[in-house]
Design a protein around this ligand. Structure first.
Ligand code: C2E
Ligand code: MG
Ligand code: MG
Ligand code: MG
Length: 281
């Protein structure tokens, strides 16, 4: 429709648009080969019980090092992988990689893995989870799948049936980024969640902003009423952590407690001696 606005506009926009499309195509193409090329890796971010200050688990976060562009953030490449379907292969790789990793720890901590809407709706996803647990030997109760509300809306009936089958394996389900989607309240009742992860946008300035604090208290009350523990994402300051502790929030995750990093960095918690894998190889 830029064409309708005259030649000048047309000439100005078209090369930019063309470049953007080329850029996107090349990213799509490169993503398809990222798994085989070993350009993907997983970093781990600790999750802490607020009352005891003990690390209870880790969230697995995917990273992509593009051969020419360097590190591309997941918020940019996951949507592309979802559109092209690459997320199926990539997501399976992440699940297998993280379950294998967690199964090797001396301490049986929890591992949380993000699952995209495309994976959740793909035929055989529950069977895949079952097979990966069997193959890696990870106890099902140690696996937690993080699902956003928006992942449920595509086909809620199918999503519910898949989530029920996953739960029947003994795997836990967390609602990720709570508060950023819509119809959150009914989703919490309709789907078998074990935990609420409140989005980090609600944590920021929690200690100084009355409205933010009120929302946080309401979510914690909701969690209590439904019998669901609440984890606060994106905790960056000790004031935020103190507020959350005073309000009986169960768990926290954020830069204050640890940035995402290679699992060897957290050997104190996993109980692995650093470099053990290298020595065994
Ligand atoms: P998410 O699942 O909500 O993950 C939390 C994000 O918040 C991560 O961003 C993490 O690095 C960031 N974060 C943690 N603590 C703090 C903090 O204190 N301050 C700030 N500013 N940020 C913090 P990341 O790693 O860039 O991942 C972004 C999103 O990409 C994730 O959001 C998730 O939706 C998606 N993602 C990451 N890995 C995977 C994956 O393996 N599969 C799928 N489907 N999605 C993934
Ligand atoms: Mg997550
Ligand atoms: Mg989140
Ligand atoms: Mg997110």
């Amino acid at each position: 429709c830029a064409k309708n606005h005259g030649r000048g506009v047309h000439r100005f926009f078209e090369p930019i648009l063309a470049a953007q499309i080329r850029d996107r195509r090349s990213l799509e193409h490169d993503l398809r080969h990222a798994v085989e090329r070993n350009d993907l890796w997983v970093v781990y971010q600790p999750q802490m019980a607020i009352d005891t200050r003990v690390v209870v688990g880790f969230e697995a976060l995917l990273r992509w090092r593009h051969p020419e562009r360097g590190t591309v953030p997941p918020d940019l490449f996951i949507p592309i992988a979802e559109e092209t379907g690459s997320i199926l292969g990539i997501g399976e790789w992440v699940l297998r990689e993280t379950c294998r990793e967690a199964a090797s720890w001396a301490n049986p901590l929890r591992i949380a893995v993000n699952v995209s809407a495309v994976q959740l709706h793909a035929p055989g996803f529950a069977e895949l989870v079952h097979e990966v647990l069997f193959t890696t030997g990870l106890a099902p109760a140690r696996l937690e799948l993080e699902i956003t509300e928006t992942a449920l809306v595509r086909d809620p009936v199918r999503a519910l049936s898949t989530l029920r089958r996953i739960k029947a394996l003994g795997v836990r389900i967390a609602m990720d980024d709570f508060g950023t989607g819509y119809s959150s309240l009914s989703n919490l009742r309709a789907f078998p969640f074990d935990k609420i992860k409140i989005d980090r946008s609600f944590i920021r300035a929690i200690d100084v902003n009355r409205e933010t604090a009120a929302i946080m208290r309401a979510v914690l009350g909701l969690g209590r009423g439904l019998g669901l523990p609440v984890l606060a994402e994106g905790v960056e300051t000790s004031a935020e952590l103190a507020f959350l502790g005073a309000e009986h929030c169960h768990e926290a995750q954020g830069y204050l407690l640890g940035r995402p990093g290679p699992i060897t960095q957290f050997a104190d918690h996993t109980g692995e001696a650093p470099g053990e894998e290298a020595a065994a190889a």
